[in-house]
Design a protein around this ligand. Sequence first.
Ligand SMILES: C[S@@+](CC[C@H](N)C(=O)[O-])C[C@H]1O[C@@H](n2cnc3c(N)ncnc32)[C@H](O)[C@@H]1O
Ligand code: SF4
Length: 470
Amino acid sequence: MTQKDEWLKVESLDMEAQGVARNSEGKVVFIDGALPGEEVLVEVGRRKNQWEQATMVAMRRESAQRVRPGCPHFGLHAGACGGCKMQHLHASSQVAIKQRVLEDNLAHLGKVKAERLLRPIEGPAWGYRFRARLSVRYVAKKGTVLVGFHERKSRYVADMKQCEVLPRHVSNMLMPLRELIASMQQRDRLPQIELAIGDGITALVLRHLEPLSTGDAQKLRDFATVHQVQWWLQPKGPDTVHLLDDGGPVLGYRLPEFGVHMPFKPTDFTQVNHEINTVLVGRALRLLQAGKGERVIDWFCGLGNFTLPIATMAREVLGVEGSETLVERSRQNAKHNGLSERTSFEARNLFEITPDDLVAFGSADKWLVDPPREGAFALIKALADLRQNPRDGWTGPERIVYVSCNPATLARDAGLLVHVAGYRCVSAGAVNMFPHTAHVESMAVFERGEVPPPRELPQVEVSESLSEME
Ligand SMILES: C[S@@+](CC[C@H](N)C(=O)[O-])C[C@H]1O[C@@H](n2cnc3c(N)ncnc32)[C@H](O)[C@@H]1O
Ligand code: SF4
């Protein structure tokens, strides 16, 4: 390890919440735990041609935005929990930074500037995580069990006794869960507990590598009675998830603004932060402006989180999604809410969609697009192609609301929409779905405009851009 001491002024924060500074040679230095505006003495660890990785050893000027972390497991030290990266920064500054990351990505990767910035969507900074995947490890040497997130930059499970981003009742359950697993016969064959909270129900999915003994199953039941949880078991892949005991209340969440109730299975994709999701769906629908006579397509529709609210306003909505299981769930959910007549759903791999496929799906007045981290490149490329080479009877949507969990892929797709497909980026804004993490959720609105002269698709290597940021 090479070492070098130098006082540096931190200029910005990167996606991993590391302070970014330049040293006396003009090289970029990433500094763990340092905040913009701070002056810190660093010790250089990794040294590359373009950048250096350093740790902070002293500080002579502290940022006014620095706050005391709310969780004792947060930190830079070995063994600290890796679940949060920004607890040392005031929550409102975290949002401002995420908004800036969105704007920078749009500008640099997409060469796009939104005409208007949307006010960021914010919610409670603590107790917001309604879904979580907790690793379970039986530490034979110590005879103890750990249940929690991974340690920072490590595959070890953090010794978490509480967790401030989980709802209080789940945080309080962490130690009892450790005791429960430690008491079970199969304790070294239980690698994971997945948490999914619905309205009034806390579901826990126990992954077990061997069949559970009668005694172990009874221990789960006793725990459920005391802690008011619903146990699900997962013996193999996600399709094998089932209730420990049939009956009991149905896991689901409500979107009261639209009078919609969404039952789900604990391993289905659902948004992590229910409060933000409620606001997000409301805002997306207001921005979409779906009219009574309109047809809408909801791409990457999941279990119908946007599709069903849209169906309460539009003439017709088509939801398209890659997972057959989720397509089936969204059909059931449409039926459950009396919206079957206005909705239809189709399973399709949208990473392979072509212009012909798009024509076959038919024209729609509006699109909602909510892809995974990889973005919606094939879909937007097919749209751009059809805008450049029009087909009789098919028109692109007049308005697109794009909800994104990765600003780099949003920016790449926005570049295509604006510079090739002839859309205007009328607004964009960050959504703080995951406070204290570096995760940037956002939304952007596009309106159909003039098709620009034919041109090559811009070559944006998002994988590289992603790795730069990660
Ligand atoms: C960010 S989630 C959005 C789900 C839904 N809109 C919601 O709000 O709950 C992205 C969705 O894309 C789906 N997906 C992932 N890869 C896909 C693909 N290649 N083709 C189609 N859908 C895919 C996932 O199953 C997931 O439901
Ligand atoms: S994920 Fe939970 S335990 Fe880990 S640092 Fe964040 S609040 Fe603390």
